[in-house]
Design a protein around this ligand. Structure first.
Ligand code: GDP
Length: 307
């Protein structure tokens, strides 16, 4: 069994690579849910949906979120009625959020709802939310405290982030199956997602970090950065908030207690000794994943050096 920890954009690329290179039933994908939002009264789980749509072959490849070929008639009409429309929801995508919101209102947990969505969309890998309980990343900025979506989508990640907290994290528990999967895994891979806003919340769920430290599985992490810059989005800006420098050496410092091997780009090879000094093995390769071939190759390499 292979366990993948992931957010949305970057992580989904590697998740797809593993999905194509292994038996899908052997994959357990643990997703960040601290970006979840209620939009127009609907519960939206952006990272879970990105992963489910990716594995179902429905994802919009150009946007990296939402459903391919979706239309936005409902959103246009919502806007006409005076509603905010900065958070883009496609018409078919809304069916997912309507289903999730109805099932939540009926008392079903997010994990069961996600399993139902997977089954109905023909996804045979297990997709698990990190927790069934509500956790929300809150970012402190000079303009006040923002949710992740307000910061990332509405403010286009421009405000300076002074600090962040995961509201509700202390009281939450890992979703059913998460700890068991980590403990029973043959390989755990931390996908190249934002270490503060995607991987950070997963690691902060009580019990998950300990399970990662204790598992007998090899734990690999793939850098979402090269030469201290993110491939996309603001991840590098968040490294200071984690108390580490924006580099793969900083990333190694943030993950040092549970990661066995860090996958870095060949361009960062000069930092290999700094990572190794922390007791972490290094694999330097091309970590940019633009094409399906790139995604499959990286997954294959990780499988090869982890077996
Ligand atoms: P979000 O949940 O949509 O915010 O996205 P994630 O946190 O999962 O992913 C964002 C991260 O993915 C950023 O830090 C990017 O640098 C990283 N990323 C995007 N594309 C690539 C890629 O091709 N390779 C790698 N290694 N990282 C990538």
């Amino acid at each position: 069994m292979i366990v993948l920890l992931t957010g949305g954009t970057g992580g989904a690329k590697l998740v797809l690579g593993f999905h194509e290179e292994t038996a899908p039933e052997d994959l357990v994908v643990v997703c960040n849910t601290a970006d979840d939002s209620v939009v127009h009264g609907l519960h939206v789980s952006p990272d879970v949906d990105t992963i489910v749509y990716t594995l179902a072959g429905l994802i919009d490849p150009a946007k990296g979120w939402g459903i391919r070929g979706d239309t936005f008639a409902v959103l246009d009409q919502l806007q006409r009625l005076g509603n905010e429309s900065w958070f883009r929801l496609g018409d078919r995508d809304i069916a997912t959020h309507l289903t999730r919101t109805r099932m939540l209102a009926q008392g079903q947990p997010l994990s069961l709802i996600t399993a139902t969505l997977c089954r109905e969309l023909g996804v045979s890998s297990a997709v698990l939310p990190m927790s069934d309980e509500r956790v929300e990343t809150r970012l402190s900025t000079p303009e006040g405290e923002l949710s992740f979506q307000e910061y990332f989508v509405k403010a286009r990640w421009q405000p300076e982030v002074l600090s962040l907290r995961y509201q509700g994290i202390e009281q939450c528990r890992p979703a059913p199956g998460v700890l068991e999967a980590i403990r029973g895994a043959d390989l755990v891979a931390v996908c190249p997602s934002n270490p503060a806003t995607s991987i950070g919340p997963i690691l902060a769920v009580p019990g998950i970090r300990e399970a990662l430290r204790e598992t007998s599985a090899r734990v690999a992490a793939v850098s979402p950065m090269v030469r201290g810059r993110s491939f996309s989005g603001p991840a590098h800006r968040f490294m200071a908030i984690l108390g580490v420098e924006a580099s793969v050496a900083g990333l190694a410092g943030a993950y040092r207690d549970f990661v066995d091997v860090l996958v870095i780009d060949t361009e960062d090879r000069d930092l290999q000794p700094a990572v190794e000094k922390l007791g972490i093995d290094v694999k330097a390769t091309s970590i940019r994943m633009d094409t399906l071939d790139d995604k499959r190759r990286l997954a294959r390499e990780i499988l090869r050096f982890s077996s």
